[in-house]
Design a protein around this ligand. Structure first.
Ligand SMILES: N[C@@H](CCC(=O)N[C@@H](CS)C(=O)NCC(=O)O)C(=O)O
Length: 107
């Protein structure tokens, strides 16, 4: 079982990561879940702007909800949540994630 710590707060983009964790069937330790965690020193050690979500996966810090969700999906390959690394389908995954986050979510 990987060690996963998630900086989260209920009604934020951290729900994307929580959802992926549930689909992956992986346990995690919730850090924060209080509004004061945003911008805190603890969170800024992982996220340069102190935003949520952020995670520590097997000791490695990671931020951006889509990046964390993709990394988690890769930890449970048997669940087939995301195309395998190195495939063209995986390139299309990155394409659509980037498109949604840069071209659509920005508005
Ligand atoms: N692109 C980032 C957005 C992160 C983000 O803006 N998080 C919000 C919560 S949904 C936040 O922490 N806002 C606090 C702030 O802007 O100070 C992601 O998808 O993780």
């Amino acid at each position: 079982m990987p060690s996963i710590k998630l900086f989260e707060l209920g009604p934020t983009r951290s729900a994307r990561v929580r959802w992926t964790l549930l689909e992956a069937g992986l346990e995690y330790e919730s850090i924060g879940n209080r509004v004061e965690v945003i911008g805190s020193e603890e969170l800024q050690r992982i996220h340069p702007l102190g935003k949520l979500p952020a995670a520590i996966i097997d000791g490695q810090p990671l931020f951006e909800s889509a990046a964390i969700a993709t990394a988690i999906a890769d930890l449970a390959p048997e669940k087939d949540l995301v195309a395998k690394p190195g495939t063209w389908a995986r390139n299309l995954h990155y394409q659509w994630v980037c498109f949604v986050l840069t071209e659509m979510e920005a508005y």
